[in-house]
Design a protein around this ligand. Structure first.
Ligand SMILES: Cc1cc2nc3c(=O)[nH]c(=O)nc-3n(C[C@H](O)[C@H](O)[C@H](O)COP(=O)(O)OP(=O)(O)OC[C@H]3O[C@@H](n4cnc5c(N)ncnc54)[C@H](O)[C@@H]3O)c2cc1C
Length: 387
């Protein structure tokens, strides 16, 4: 997948997909191979960095279709926010993943798996697709994770880490919790078993690993139950004076208008985890293109001194940061002492959806019609000005 990391490419991709959103339900499960992922939007690297936001994608679809016609696509967008909200209330699921990842042995079988040398044709193909493009279709991710856990009997944590390092959309919440879901750890008693017949059907016969998969495996034993913490969603701040917007690659969208006029923009890419060169290039590109658009400043590696230099050069009185969600950016910021002029804001989309992520997705799904109805109506031309 060729994914130039700019907002204009993100918007063009969204605009091209919107007319197809009503057909999504019928097409979304087919993985037709590299360059042919036409039944899905391939928007995830852009949504993951918020070069285009979940709210913008939702509004663009609602400007063209009724909520019922595009229901499935609207729900999938909400899945991303659901995972984030769920993890916000159970940050321990992330720290537990990191701690248990560090304990896993990288066996020869693991080496074969990540080299795409297992002898299971579809799996080896998806390894190469992931390494070459940074993307896998959702169904391929499910089959891949299932084969990893139940056929190859490898620790799910190593698979999740492999994805997180190579997916352009690699996201601590969606990735960790999807791997846990496949393994049967998210919904105890329910695990996802890849079946050869299903793979043959939804790859239109490109693959048929008949006899190669463990299609009867039990779920892996439950490791830990994470206690749900209260979700604190304080009111957004009212920053004073000259305001600077500091961004991290998990949220490169504009700050909400009610925070006031932004005088300066800066961005920082924490060297938090080892990503592939494709991912690093994508994130660097996403930051650069965003800063070019807003005449912003890239903070150099030494975070503290670069931040202080930027504050002085721009004579800032306040800094605003979009709430860092559980994951690498939050971990990075937890270890920093931020200047007292720093304020955290929460996007209204997250504020609306996260409280419904206390348990299974069903609760959020039930709330979606009201949430969609509460969004101010928009015309397609509001997002795509040439229309
Ligand atoms: C094991 C596993 C690991 C995954 N890891 C990630 C990850 O690291 N980052 C990530 O963004 N998604 C992840 N997903 C979810 C999903 O596979 C991708 O979001 C989707 O394939 C992205 O492709 P798309 O943009 O073409 O999706 P579309 O089908 O076009 O969906 C539109 C948007 O909805 C959201 N979305 C769709 N399905 C899901 C889902 N199941 N969970 C969360 N959001 C969804 C994405 O933002 C996506 O861009 C994972 C799924 C599995 C099974």
């Amino acid at each position: 997948m060729n994914s130039p990391p700019t907002r204009s490419v993100a918007l063009a991709r969204l605009e091209a997909f919107v007319p197809l959103a009503a057909k999504y339900a019928g097409h979304r499960n087919f993985d037709l191979g590299v360059g042919k992922h036409t039944g899905v939007s391939s928007l995830s690297p852009y949504i993951r960095t918020r070069l285009v936001t979940e709210e913008e994608a939702t509004r663009a679809v609602l400007a063209r279709h009724s909520p019922s016609a595009a229901e499935k696509f609207l729900q999938e967008i909400a899945w991303r926010t659901y995972w984030k909200g769920w993890l916000e209330m159970r940050p321990e699921a992330w720290s537990h993943y990191l701690a248990t990842l560090a304990e896993q042995e990288k066996s020869a079988a693991y080496g074969n798996a990540i080299a795409g040398e297992t002898g299971i044709g579809c799996f080896d193909h998806w390894v190469r697709e992931l390494l070459d493009t940074g993307y896998l279709h959702n169904h391929a991710r499910m089959w891949f994770a299932s084969i990893w856990v139940f056929t190859l009997k490898l620790p799910w944590q190593l698979g999740a880490d492999f994805f997180l390092r190579h997916l352009l959309d690699g996201d601590p919440a969606a990735n960790t919790l999807s791997w846990r879901w496949v393994a049967g750890l998210h919904t105890p008693g329910k695990h996802y078993l890849a079946r050869a017949e299903n793979i043959a059907k939804f790859t239109l016969g490109r693959f048929n690993p008949a006899g190669q998969l463990d299609e009867k495996s039990q779920a892996i034993p439950l490791d830990q139950i994470f206690t749900r913490q209260a979700l604190h969603l304080p009111q957004n701040p009212k920053p004073q004076g000259r305001i600077g917007h500091l961004m991290f690659p998990e949220d490169l969208a504009m700050s909400p208008e009610d925070l006031g006029e932004i005088h300066a923009t800066a961005a920082y890419l924490p060297a938090s985890h080892q990503t592939s060169s494709l991912v690093t290039e994508f994130l660097n590109g996403a930051i650069s293109s965003t800063l070019t658009e807003r005449s912003g400043t890239r903070l150099g590696e030494s975070f503290h001194s670069a931040l202080n230099d930027w504050i002085s050069a721009e004579k800032l009185d306040s800094i605003v940061i979009s709430r860092p969600t559980v994951g690498f950016t939050r971990d990075f910021l937890t270890n920093q002492t931020l200047p007292p002029i720093t304020h955290i804001f929460i996007r209204s989309w997250d504020r609306l959806l996260w409280p419904h992520a206390t348990a299974g997705f069903f609760k959020l799904k039930e709330a979606l019609p009201k949430i969609h109805a509460s969004l101010a109506p928009q015309r397609e031309g509001d997002l795509f000005p040439h229309l």
